[in-house]
Write a protein that binds this ligand. Structure first.
Ligand code: TMP
Length: 227
């Protein structure tokens, strides 16, 4: 099926595409669990997945991208690998689920590419945007929840981890640029992004997330507003 046909079909989808993203150590795993429990409590049929990865082949690419390498990895090679994984993930898992009416909850998506490969590695935004259009057509998340916390908080959490991957080992400066890029992207499009202060006590973070979800669930349940 051509990308164009796929996009036309996706316009008819009924499930929502929700992404949870943010810098390292912001509490994505804990809050993803919370979102999954909340969607279940609301009787919403969903799948949960992640990037890079989400299918066996894309998970192999994830290994390549995140594992230590003796050879220095070219930023463009990294970018293309991430979009290769994304093309596989979209075709094999995300699009079929959306077309079947399921919601998709994805741990990271293309905002991570703008933040890590764009701001972090310095790849031009226009190149990322070209790859995004090529791989995703018009498909964009319906809601992106960005967890945001100062590096003074997130670094402490990373320091407690037993081992760090290739991205987590990057400099403070790199992670500062990543966090700023997420913030800027979220603030630029408040209609589809929620920027949540993840340095608050967990109960408050989850209350904020629940409020955002309640809003989209309410709209989604109103027949006239369904996609
Ligand atoms: P995580 O699943 O533990 O957050 O790890 C995924 C890592 O991959 C994280 O360091 C961010 C990185 N990443 C990118 O650099 N670009 C991307 O487009 C995505 C989705 C992730």
């Amino acid at each position: 099926m051509s990308v164009k046909n796929k996009v036309d079909e996706l316009k008819a989808r009924k499930g929502l595409f929700v992404v949870l993203d943010g810098g390292e150590g912001v509490g994505k795993s804990t809050n993803s669990e919370f979102i999954q429990q909340y969607l279940t409590s609301q009787s919403i049929d969903f799948i949960s997945t992640r990037e890079p990865g989400g299918t066996p082949f894309a998970e192999k690419i994830r290994q390549l991208v995140l594992s230590e390498s003796d050879e220095s990895i070219n930023a463009l090679s990294e970018l293309l690998l991430i979009f290769a994984a994304r093309a596989q993930h979209l075709n094999q898992k995300i699009s079929p689920a959306l077309l079947a009416g399921q919601w998709v909850l994805c741990d990271r998506f293309t905002d991570a590419t703008y933040a890590y490969q764009g701001s972090g590695r310095g790849i031009d935004t226009s190149l990322i945007s070209e790859c995004e259009n090529l791989v995703q057509g018009q498909l964009r998340p319906d809601l992106t929840i960005i967890l945001d916390a100062p590096l003074s908080v997130t670094r402490k959490r990373l320091d407690e981890r037993e081992s760090l991957d290739r991205m987590e080992k990057e400099s403070l400066d790199f992670h500062e640029r990543v966090a700023s890029a997420y913030r800027e992207r979220a603030l630029a499009s408040p209609e589809t992004y929620a920027l949540i202060d993840a340095s608050q006590p967990l109960g408050n973070v989850q209350a904020d997330i629940k409020k955002v979800l309640d809003d989209v669930i309410k709209k989604w349940r109103e027949p006239s507003d369904r996609l």
